[in-house]
Write a new protein. Sequence first.
Length: 180
Amino acid sequence: MSHKFSAPLSTQIDKMPLRVYFRLFLLVFLFKTAPTPSAFAERVLLTLEKVYEGKDVSVDFSLASEHLSSFRRKVLDATFKIPVGYVTSYGQLADAASGSPRAVGHVMATNPLAPIVPCHRVVAADFTLGGYGGGLKVKLEFLRREKRGFETTQEIPLAGGALRVFPVEFVLDKLTNCNI
Protein backbone atom coordinates (compact mmCIF):
# COMPACT_ATOMS: atom_id res chain seq x y z
CA MET A 1 0.00 0.00 0.00
CA SER A 2 1.32 3.42 -0.90
CA HIS A 3 1.87 6.01 1.84
CA LYS A 4 0.03 9.28 1.39
CA PHE A 5 2.33 12.11 2.41
CA SER A 6 0.82 14.99 4.36
CA ALA A 7 2.15 17.39 1.72
CA PRO A 8 3.30 16.93 -1.87
CA LEU A 9 6.72 15.33 -2.15
CA SER A 10 8.17 18.50 -3.68
CA THR A 11 7.01 20.47 -0.62
CA GLN A 12 8.66 17.95 1.71
CA ILE A 13 11.90 18.14 -0.24
CA ASP A 14 11.83 21.97 -0.26
CA LYS A 15 12.04 21.83 3.57
CA MET A 16 15.29 19.85 3.49
CA PRO A 17 18.72 21.41 3.88
CA LEU A 18 20.61 21.79 0.61
CA ARG A 19 23.05 18.93 1.25
CA VAL A 20 20.16 16.49 1.67
CA TYR A 21 19.03 17.34 -1.87
CA PHE A 22 22.14 15.73 -3.31
CA ARG A 23 21.79 12.59 -1.23
CA LEU A 24 18.18 12.13 -2.21
CA PHE A 25 18.46 13.17 -5.84
CA LEU A 26 18.64 9.66 -7.22
CA LEU A 27 16.05 8.33 -4.80
CA VAL A 28 13.59 11.13 -5.62
CA PHE A 29 14.26 10.80 -9.34
CA LEU A 30 13.43 7.10 -9.16
CA PHE A 31 10.45 7.82 -6.88
CA LYS A 32 8.96 10.32 -9.33
CA THR A 33 9.66 8.34 -12.50
CA ALA A 34 8.79 4.83 -11.30
CA PRO A 35 5.19 3.74 -11.84
CA THR A 36 5.07 2.76 -8.17
CA PRO A 37 7.84 3.46 -5.67
CA SER A 38 9.64 0.55 -4.10
CA ALA A 39 8.79 -0.38 -0.52
CA PHE A 40 12.31 0.66 0.47
CA ALA A 41 11.94 4.12 -1.13
CA GLU A 42 8.64 4.63 0.68
CA ARG A 43 10.18 3.60 4.05
CA VAL A 44 13.11 5.98 3.61
CA LEU A 45 10.92 8.91 2.57
CA LEU A 46 8.44 8.24 5.38
CA THR A 47 11.33 8.13 7.87
CA LEU A 48 12.66 11.45 6.55
CA GLU A 49 9.20 12.98 6.78
CA LYS A 50 8.89 11.88 10.42
CA VAL A 51 12.35 13.25 11.27
CA TYR A 52 11.44 16.63 9.76
CA GLU A 53 8.17 16.67 11.70
CA GLY A 54 10.04 16.03 14.97
CA LYS A 55 8.47 12.62 15.53
CA ASP A 56 10.10 9.59 17.09
CA VAL A 57 11.58 7.41 14.37
CA SER A 58 12.28 3.72 14.30
CA VAL A 59 14.68 3.00 11.45
CA ASP A 60 13.86 -0.38 9.97
CA PHE A 61 16.56 -0.34 7.30
CA SER A 62 20.33 -0.48 7.56
CA LEU A 63 22.47 2.59 7.08
CA ALA A 64 25.52 2.08 4.86
CA SER A 65 28.49 2.99 7.04
CA GLU A 66 31.08 0.33 6.13
CA HIS A 67 33.06 2.87 4.10
CA LEU A 68 33.51 5.17 7.12
CA SER A 69 36.48 5.13 9.49
CA SER A 70 36.01 3.43 12.84
CA PHE A 71 36.06 6.81 14.63
CA ARG A 72 33.38 8.27 12.33
CA ARG A 73 31.23 5.14 12.81
CA LYS A 74 31.67 5.38 16.58
CA VAL A 75 30.62 9.06 16.60
CA LEU A 76 27.68 8.49 14.25
CA ASP A 77 26.53 5.40 16.18
CA ALA A 78 26.50 7.42 19.40
CA THR A 79 24.73 10.32 17.67
CA PHE A 80 22.09 7.93 16.32
CA LYS A 81 21.23 6.98 19.92
CA ILE A 82 20.39 10.54 21.02
CA PRO A 83 16.62 10.36 21.56
CA VAL A 84 14.11 12.88 20.24
CA GLY A 85 13.72 15.66 22.77
CA TYR A 86 17.36 15.55 23.87
CA VAL A 87 20.68 17.03 22.79
CA THR A 88 24.29 16.42 23.68
CA SER A 89 27.39 18.53 23.31
CA TYR A 90 30.33 18.07 20.98
CA GLY A 91 32.44 17.55 24.12
CA GLN A 92 30.16 14.87 25.60
CA LEU A 93 30.15 13.07 22.26
CA ALA A 94 33.94 13.40 22.03
CA ASP A 95 34.35 11.83 25.48
CA ALA A 96 32.05 8.96 24.50
CA ALA A 97 33.92 8.36 21.23
CA SER A 98 37.45 8.93 22.62
CA GLY A 99 38.15 11.91 20.40
CA SER A 100 38.21 15.69 20.49
CA PRO A 101 35.24 18.07 20.21
CA ARG A 102 36.77 19.49 17.02
CA ALA A 103 36.99 16.00 15.48
CA VAL A 104 33.36 15.37 16.45
CA GLY A 105 32.40 18.69 14.88
CA HIS A 106 34.07 17.59 11.65
CA VAL A 107 32.14 14.29 11.69
CA MET A 108 28.89 16.19 12.28
CA ALA A 109 29.68 18.67 9.48
CA THR A 110 30.27 15.81 7.03
CA ASN A 111 27.57 13.44 8.30
CA PRO A 112 26.55 11.41 5.22
CA LEU A 113 23.51 9.99 7.02
CA ALA A 114 21.82 13.23 8.10
CA PRO A 115 19.13 13.77 9.21
CA ILE A 116 18.45 10.12 10.07
CA VAL A 117 21.61 10.21 12.18
CA PRO A 118 20.55 13.39 14.00
CA CYS A 119 23.58 15.67 14.00
CA HIS A 120 21.14 18.53 14.63
CA ARG A 121 20.95 17.20 18.23
CA VAL A 122 24.62 18.01 18.87
CA VAL A 123 25.21 21.49 20.30
CA ALA A 124 27.95 23.54 21.94
CA ALA A 125 28.81 22.95 25.61
CA ASP A 126 27.07 26.20 26.59
CA PHE A 127 23.84 25.02 24.87
CA THR A 128 24.17 27.38 21.94
CA LEU A 129 23.58 25.82 18.54
CA GLY A 130 27.16 25.38 17.36
CA GLY A 131 27.04 24.71 13.62
CA TYR A 132 24.84 22.91 11.12
CA GLY A 133 25.33 22.22 7.41
CA GLY A 134 21.70 23.05 6.66
CA GLY A 135 21.97 26.39 8.47
CA LEU A 136 21.32 27.34 12.08
CA LYS A 137 17.70 28.30 11.33
CA VAL A 138 17.02 24.74 10.13
CA LYS A 139 18.78 23.26 13.19
CA LEU A 140 16.70 25.45 15.50
CA GLU A 141 13.48 24.44 13.74
CA PHE A 142 14.38 20.76 14.11
CA LEU A 143 14.96 21.25 17.84
CA ARG A 144 11.74 23.23 18.31
CA ARG A 145 9.73 20.44 16.70
CA GLU A 146 11.45 17.89 18.94
CA LYS A 147 10.59 19.68 22.20
CA ARG A 148 8.95 17.19 24.60
CA GLY A 149 8.96 18.97 27.95
CA PHE A 150 11.72 16.85 29.48
CA GLU A 151 13.40 18.29 32.56
CA THR A 152 16.21 15.90 33.50
CA THR A 153 19.38 14.67 31.87
CA GLN A 154 19.89 11.03 30.89
CA GLU A 155 22.82 8.69 30.40
CA ILE A 156 22.61 6.68 27.18
CA PRO A 157 24.58 3.42 27.48
CA LEU A 158 27.22 2.92 24.81
CA ALA A 159 29.79 0.19 24.30
CA GLY A 160 32.51 1.04 26.81
CA GLY A 161 30.75 4.01 28.39
CA ALA A 162 27.78 6.32 28.33
CA LEU A 163 26.64 9.48 26.60
CA ARG A 164 25.09 12.23 28.67
CA VAL A 165 22.11 13.91 26.99
CA PHE A 166 20.16 16.99 28.01
CA PRO A 167 16.57 18.08 27.36
CA VAL A 168 16.30 20.16 24.19
CA GLU A 169 14.62 22.77 26.38
CA PHE A 170 18.09 23.66 27.73
CA VAL A 171 19.00 24.91 24.25
CA LEU A 172 15.66 26.57 23.56
CA ASP A 173 15.71 28.35 26.94
CA LYS A 174 19.26 29.55 26.34
CA LEU A 175 18.32 30.95 22.93
CA THR A 176 15.18 32.60 24.31
CA ASN A 177 17.25 34.29 27.03
CA CYS A 178 19.63 35.53 24.32
CA ASN A 179 16.66 36.85 22.29
CA ILE A 180 17.35 34.58 19.32
